[in-house]
Design a protein around this ligand. Structure first.
Ligand SMILES: Cc1cc2nc3c(=O)[nH]c(=O)nc-3n(C[C@H](O)[C@H](O)[C@H](O)COP(=O)(O)OP(=O)(O)OC[C@H]3O[C@@H](n4cnc5c(N)ncnc54)[C@H](O)[C@@H]3O)c2cc1C
Length: 478
């Protein structure tokens, strides 16, 4: 390792190559605190050519590497095993170019998501994907996870907002995929890289679409007796033909925690759930939609529908929603945030099941989620130092996922598979599906040295029943 450290220091400089245990400690995990492990080295490049040199040096020393943005991922995608080098992009945080006329921006991957919207706002523009972690997470991490957010309902996830990417392949070759016009020819390789969780290479530049800041925005807070009636309102609103910018549900336990925290926004503690709904667009089209939405909420059981009186109150509501995961830190040292998606009509039934599972296992479970997308985020607060509690958390987590899959859902809406859900992949995909995914990965990352051990299962179904598949998968884990 010393020879590799020396080589990496020669590439990025002494201060951008970390190897002392106390420096590595913060890299032992991402937002998923299960299964922490210290990497051997963390290196912080500034340019694409430094990334190329780092990758080549790692290969020379037969050492795997793991791309990392801000480490806010919730599925362990940026976890590194003890011999791996973490390539962290925080110093690659420049906005390279903003083309106002064509409404696009070219950025380095370590740029913090929110910084892009702030930088282009003087032009009346913004970047639509807005994960709740947007104050810290990076555009590169967003591309790798195909991140979504409250406004995915109307504006799509990251994949709908990325035009092209530059990627350093695991052998050090640099590729530019897609085209800034949005009309890349041939296969949609930008689509393949978006959501690939760092397993195909290291994204070193991203060209994204910018949107015009809407002329009008209205934010409503529907106050409901329970989560089920709030879900019914969501279905009625979508069924009415309206396309809200966001439809988010916050349950009672979350309201209480948020109101006890620095994110308090005056949410009613007596409510069973609140629906945070946003409408945006031409000013003249909004008033009518606001009236219709209020009525639909009342018909579904809302006792009251508040309308944010100004942008400060709107920001306060969103601060409460976006700060809710953080506020949960008040309840227990660890959080397990689930991320399954079900067809929207299944939401009421599945939420009842989720709460039954939480109660049966005696767990502290809350729900705050992108209801408009059918994207559930059951959050379990726990202490991983208690083995019995940890065991119950894992069992409940599996039951929640199985329940979602049983009603036609999928494993992840936006947080990715990482290490967290890779063993669940066989619940959804056949051996042939998994084999096809592995072969795709091998086209980019033939010996698995880039972000090994992520996404594809290593112990279940296809691998147990198919020794050839197992050998091939195990080869991907140096
Ligand atoms: C409080 C909180 C709220 C959240 N809310 C949301 C939400 O609303 N929507 C949502 O989608 N997610 C959300 N997340 C999850 C997380 O913020 C996103 O997945 C985000 O996209 C991760 O970005 P990051 O920069 O932190 O990436 P990291 O966690 O550092 O990495 C995530 C994955 O991307 C890979 N990666 C990172 N950079 C690169 C690169 N340059 N090239 C190739 N691969 C790379 C890593 O290897 C890893 O697999 C939330 C997380 C938290 C803690």
């Amino acid at each position: 390792m010393t020879a590799l450290v020396d080589q990496l220091r020669a590439i990025v400089g002494q201060e951008a190559c970390l190897s002392r245990p106390e420096e590595l400690f913060v890299y032992e995990c991402d937002g998923l605190t299960l299964d922490p492990s210290l990497p051997s080295i963390v290196v912080l490049p500034k340019t694409t050519s430094q990334v190329v040199e780092i990758v080549k040096a790692c290969r020379q020393h037969d050492t795997p590497f793991v791309p990392r943005g801000a480490g806010t991922g919730l599925s362990g995608g940026a976890h590194a095993k003890s011999n791996a080098v973490v390539i962290e992009t925080s110093r690659m945080n420049r906005i390279i170019d903003v083309d106002v006329e064509n409404r696009i921006a070219r950025v380095q991957p370590g740029l913090v998501n929110l910084h892009l919207s702030k930088a282009v706002s003087p032009h009346g523009l913004y970047y639509a994907p807005d994960p709740s972690s947007q104050q810290v997470c990076t555009i590169g991490g967003n591309v790798a996870e195909n991140a979504g957010g409250p406004h995915t309902l109307k504006y799509g996830a990251t994949t709908d907002n990325v035009l092209s990417v530059e990627i350093v392949m695991p052998d050090g070759e640099v590729l530019v995929l897609g085209h800034e016009s949005g009309f890349g020819s041939g296969y949609d390789l930008v689509g393949v890289v978006t959501g690939s969780e760092g397993t195909l290479g290291i994204v070193t530049e991203v060209t994204v679409k910018l949107l015009e800041i809407p002329e009008g925005i209205e934010t409503l807070l529907g106050i409901f007796p329970d989560v089920v009636s709030a879900c019914r309102a969501v279905m009625d609103i979508i069924g009415s033909g309206m396309v809200p910018a966001a439809l988010e549900i916050i349950d009672r336990r979350t309201i209480e925690v948020v109101e006890d925290s620095v994110y308090r926004a005056g949410l009613p503690r007596t409510a069973g759930a609140v629906l945070l709904a946003e409408l945006d667009g031409a000013r003249c089209a909004l008033d009518d939609q606001v009236v219709r939405m209020q009525q639909l909420c009342r018909d579904a059981g809302a006792s009251e529908v508040r309308i944010a009186k100004d942008s400060e109150e709107r920001d306060l509501f969103w601060k409460a929603r976006k700060g809710s995961f953080g506020a949960m830190g008040r309840l227990a040292p660890d959080l397990y945030v689930h991320d399954a998606v079900v067809p929207r009509a299944q939401l009421p039934g599945i939420l009842e099941q989720v709460s039954e599972i939480g109660e049966r296992y005696g767990l502290l479970l809350a729900n705050v989620f992108h209801a408009g997308d059918g994207n559930l985020h059951p959050i379990i607060s726990f202490d991983r130092r208690d083995p019995d509690e940890l065991d119950r958390v894992m069992k409940a987590g599996r039951e929640i996922l199985e329940a979602c899959l049983a009603v036609g859902g999928v494993l992840t809406g936006e947080h990715g598979v990482g290490t967290e859900k890779r063993e669940f992949m066989s619940l959804l995909f056949s051996d042939a599906d998994l084999d096809a995914m592995m072969r795709l990965r091998r086209c980019f990352n033939p010996d698995g040295c880039c972000n090994p051990g992520k996404v594809l299962p290593v112990t279940r179904a296809c691998v147990e029943s198919n020794p050839a598949a197992r050998d091939a998968l195990l080869e991907l884990i140096p």
